[in-house]
Design a binder for this molecule. Structure first.
Ligand code: PMP
Length: 354
């Protein structure tokens, strides 16, 4: 801490990202990246952008990417926002769409960036407990008084549990809550969920965010999107243009657009991850683990007799990194990203010996 820090920075509690080790021989199953590479068409599109035009600023609106997203989801480009990773898109939503000074509702076990953004933007967090099966129960949100909240946010599937809220429940939540924004963070939706983008034309207070870091295997490129009513998108654009007019560089716009266009590669790699996940779940259960039902590219599992912290440390000694959460209710869980079948087998063999 320095004398030059403002009191605001002194009080900030920032998000701590999962470890990104420098060694490449590790079996890295800790930050939910995709084990398969990005679409070859996306790589070619990015390579084509590496030319003399890099001396010029990129398109501030990322129109080529907005069009690809609009085509993919059958919406208009005015309903699409693009940003530098969905973390940035979420930050703009916290900044510009949730009413400051009122509590924002989100699950008590969820993505740990939400409380951080609450701190950054002066929004009061109000965490709603998951039920005894670690599921979001929308009846608990209905009990909150309408008009007294700044909005609702949750990932679907939830993170780090992997549990999915069906679209019908989301629609019910939207009917209960018409006064403030409901943000559905669909970072992992492509691994078995149904997107709430289908509902954006009916519910002007619904914003859906997605990332290209997971199902489109472009975590290193940093691209996220939001889809919702043009008025919500306009608010995000205002925030963006007051912060960084060019969040996406030329490679990112071209690569992300090509990734949306290459549906075949996307469908194929998502299906491979889903098939592998189902095998990993079955094998973990055989090893005695309790595994929550996952619709994501990771599983959340605990062993009734074995300490999760010790398991994570022992795996790490064998070069296998998984995520261990230390908060009281989930301290016995490991969150394990689905890797290639070879990586998954290394993990399962290691767990057999522990
Ligand atoms: N939402 C959730 C639920 C996540 O787990 C992540 C990834 N850590 C993100 C958003 C952010 O993804 P990105 O910034 O890579 O788009």
């Amino acid at each position: 801490m320095s004398q030059f820090w403002s009191p605001f920075v002194k009080d900030l509690v920032p998000y701590v990202p999962g470890e990104q080790p420098k060694m490449t021989r590790l079996v890295k199953l800790n930050t939910n990246e995709n084990p398969y590479g990005p679409s070859p068409k996306a790589i070619a599109a990015m390579q084509a952008e590496v030319n003399d035009d890099l001396r010029l600023y990129p398109d501030p609106n990322g129109d080529r990417l907005k069009q690809a997203v609009a085509d993919y989801y059958g919406v208009s480009t005015a309903q699409v926002f693009v940003g530098n990773g969905s973390d940035e898109v979420l930050a703009h939503a916290f900044h510009g769409l949730f009413q400051h000074g009122k509590p924002l509702l989100f699950p008590d076990i969820t993505y740990s960036f939400y409380p951080v953004y609450c701190g950054l933007y002066g929004i009061e967090p109000k965490q709603i407990p998951l039920d005894e099966n670690f599921q979001i129960n929308i009846a608990d949100y209905a009990r909150e008084k309408a008009g007294e909240n700044s909005g609702i946010i949750f990932p679907n599937p939830n993170a780090p549990t992997g549990c999915l809220l069906p679209l019908a429940a989301i629609e019910q939540l939207l009917k209960q809550n018409t006064d403030t924004v409901v943000l559905v963070d669909e970072a992992y939706i492509d691994f078995g969920g149904e997107t709430a983008i289908a509902l954006v034309n009916q519910y002007p207070n619904l914003l859906v965010t997605q990332t290209l870091s997971k199902s489109r295997s472009l975590a290193g490129l940093r691209v996220g999107i939001a889809v919702g009513h043009p008025d919500l998108i306009e608010a995000l654009e205002r925030i963006k243009n007051s912060f960084n007019s060019y969040p996406l560089d030329r490679m990112a716009i071209a690569g992300a657009a090509a990734a949306f266009d290459d549906r075949e590669y996307f469908d194929d790699t998502c299906q491979r991850v889903i098939d592998s996940r189902d095998n990993v779940v079955a094998s973990l259960k055989q090893l005695g683990f309790d595994v929550l039902p996952s619709a994501a590219n990771f599983v959340f599992a605990r062993h009734p007799q074995k300490d999760a912290g010790e398991l994570a440390a022992a795996l790490r000694e064998q070069g296998i990194i998984v995520r261990h959460f230390k908060t009281p209710r989930i301290a016995q869980f490991l969150r394990i990203t689905i890797g290639t079948d070879e990586q998954n087998q290394i993990l399962l063999d290691a767990l057999k010996g522990l």
